[in-house]
Design a protein around this ligand. Structure first.
Ligand SMILES: [Zn+2]
Length: 238
């Protein structure tokens, strides 16, 4: 309460401003301190670093907020699912309830998206599901010319198949868009155009391998790929 200029006493609560003196306080209208969140019903992504409930290893629990959770070994490609998450399938719900009560005890109110993690350690996007048997190597091929991409895929697949027993697997990736202005940059003097009509489709394919030693990785440089194809090689952290 505070004394105003006209000598009457008025409530300082913003909600009571302009309210008549007959207006009674309704408990139902007071915002509650929310305890009614649950891990299954967050409606926003949550990533949490914790020690595995079963083996004690450091793992990362992630949900995109739509319900399902995944336990990752680490937060990077190839997004390996932690083994216990498969082995302890029947115990998952209990583990999540345990985490939920631990989070409550730690003061979590269902709002934050990161627990025990620095924002800088989080990649831009985390897939909703981990991979059960992730590859150790991925070669990603991209070009605006899909025939060139296909040719590069055939070349690498052939090269690898000649050198080791297990053939690599070619996987399609979603087609992306790239503004043509990006490619012309440096060749033109004008400012880069942002006109969507100049965008080109980029075709991506990936070749994945489950056995690939350093020797093979080094040899891959011998493959004479079409110039128009961009190549990115990703190796799983061992
Ligand atoms: Zn474990």
């Amino acid at each position: 309460m505070a004394r105003s200029d006209d000598g009457t006493w008025r409530s300082l609560e913003p909600a009571a401003e302009g309210a008549s003196s007959q207006h009674t306080h309704e408990c139902g209208s007071v915002p509650r301190i929310s305890q009614d969140w649950s891990l299954q019903d967050l409606n926003h992504p949550l990533t949490c670093r914790l020690d595995c409930w079963w083996c004690g290893e450091e793992v990362y629990l992630h949900t995109d907020g739509s319900g399902p959770f995944t336990l990752f070994d680490n937060l990077s490609w190839p997004w390996p699912t932690h083994d216990c998450w498969h082995q302890q399938r029947d115990e998952r719900d209990r583990a999540l309830l345990k985490l939920e009560s631990d989070l409550r005890a730690g003061g979590y109110q269902g709002q934050g998206r990161l627990v025990n993690l620095a924002p800088s350690s989080i990649p831009d996007a985390i897939p909703p599901k981990g991979r059960k048997n992730p590859p150790v190597l991925q070669i990603r091929l991209s070009s605006t010319d899909h025939q060139m991409v296909d040719r590069a895929v055939r070349q690498i697949t052939q090269f690898v198949s000649d050198r080791q027993p297990r053939a690599p697997v070619a996987v399609p990736l979603p087609v992306g868009k790239k503004a043509a202005a990006d490619e012309r940059q440096g060749r033109t003097n004008g400012p880069p155009s942002r006109d969507e009509s100049f965008s080109q489709h980029i075709h991506h394919r990936a070749i994945e391998m489950w056995t690939a030693g350093p020797k093979l990785v080094a040899q891959l440089g011998q493959v004479q790929l079409p110039e128009a194809v961009d190549v990115t090689v990703r190796q799983a952290k061992s």
